[in-house]
Design a protein around this ligand. Structure first.
Ligand SMILES: [Zn+2]
Length: 392
């Protein structure tokens, strides 16, 4: 049936701290997709082969809490069948529009922050995300209708099958693509594929060239791009871009700074993760910095005015921006990058970010981790960042 996706999820999870529950997030039930008819239903849930009762404290949260204790260091196997109704024409990460489908944050995802616990921040109504996900090894089988193909996170080793190793999420775009492929050296070889959905007047080779150059430049600045593939899909009805590990979704007319920004997210969000509900600036401010470096637009970025309601609040959580959506971009993206610029010489900022990546790769970074890395390069970094509302 058009607009329906079904799936079977199996997760092997080894908590590193004992817990009395399992928490999965159902992001398609957040305010934006739900307003356009999106709906993700999940269950029944089994844990180690036994069906378990679940609770949904809100539509985006599925909790398995039967009273049993999940011990640190002991693996549990969880299965969850799910059914997704896609929102039509959504300018969003999950959508069916113009004969193409975007599947981002689309399956029940385990919301564990290693050494901390469950991430239960509320969903956002902004063009943004509040997700937290731990790095995992994904084995993905996709069946798509004939005449369509999928571009996804990870390595496709045979028709319909991908392995996405050491990635914190998997994004998929489905359409009828005109493709272009090349190898980037970032510095290890990375097979880059760009797909343009039928009917879009965009040049796959132009985006391909832009991605290759940007991956190579950002790898030289922040450390190696860690995966063997990168795919970018251009699909209709999307304004701007959306990042997943090894896969980016972009809409028409996004060749320039959007591409640089989304490639930058491969380091800040994908490789070094963060709680996007609690610390949205940590991926958006840093990706905006990488964008400014790649686009040589740092001067213009620093000169951009930040709205009064957001000034000095770059570190505020998504819940704050929920009531100030019009100020979110300049207060978090722009101001977050301006806070980095206030550290001094841009080469020192890049050095600090490279150190942050080296220390936090595959983990979930926290503001204190970034402040510590910055402090190793710029001794009064904590005070400088603090003036922008960034603290541990
Ligand atoms: Zn971004």
């Amino acid at each position: 049936v058009a607009g329906r996706v079904t799936g079977d999820l199996a997760v092997v999870f080894t908590p590193d701290v004992a817990t009395d529950r399992l928490v999965f997030r159902l992001w398609p039930n957040g305010p934006r997709p739900a307003a356009l008819g999106g709906r993700l239903e999940a269950g029944p849930v089994t844990v180690d082969g036994q069906e378990e009762p679940t609770l949904s404290p809100d539509p985006t949260t599925l909790v398995v809490a039967s009273g049993r204790r999940f011990e640190a260091g002991r693996a549990v196997r969880v299965t969850i069948p799910w059914r997704l109704r896609l929102p039509g024409g959504a300018d969003d990460r999950v959508s069916i529009d113009g004969g193409a489908i975007r599947l981002g944050s689309f399956f029940p995802i385990l919301a564990w922050e290693p050494s901390v616990g469950w991430a239960t921040e509320p969903a956002t109504g902004n063009f943004a995300e509040a997700s937290t996900a731990t790095t995992a090894d994904f084995d993905v089988t996709l069946e798509v209708p004939s005449g369509f193909e999928a571009l996804a996170s990870g390595v496709q080793d045979r028709p319909g099958h991908w392995t996405a190793t050491a990635m914190r999420d998997v994004g998929v775009s489905i359409g009828r693509f005109t493709k272009a492929t090349a190898t980037a050296h970032a510095p290890e070889p990375v097979v880059v594929t760009v797909g343009v959905h039928a009917g879009l007047a965009e040049s796959a080779p132009a985006y391909l060239q832009k991605v290759v150059v940007t991956l190579e430049e950002l790898a030289a600045r922040y450390g190696p791009y860690p995966w063997p593939t990168f795919t970018l899909a251009l699909t209709p009805g999307l304004g701007g871009g959306i990042e997943y590990p090894g896969h980016v979704m972009q809409g028409p007319g996004t060749l320039g700074r959007t591409t640089s920004h989304e490639v930058g997210h491969q380091w800040f969000y994908a490789l070094v993760g963060n709680n996007q509900g609690r610390d949205p600036w940590l991926d958006e401010g840093l990706a905006t910095w990488t964008e400014a470096q790649a686009e040589r637009s740092l001067t213009a970025l620093v000169a951009t005015a930040v709205p009064l309601t957001g000034r000095g609040r770059a570190g505020a959580p998504m819940a704050f921006w929920e009531t100030n959506p019009g100020t979110y971009y300049r207060s978090v993206y722009v101001q977050g990058a301006q806070a980095l610029a206030a550290l001094g010489d841009p080469a020192l900022v890049d050095c600090a970010l490279r150190l942050y990546v080296a220390l936090e790769a595959y983990d979930i970074g926290r503001p204190a981790d970034l402040i510590r890395a910055a402090g190793a390069v710029v001794p009064d970094a904590a005070a400088r960042l603090g003036r922008f509302g960034i603290g541990p």
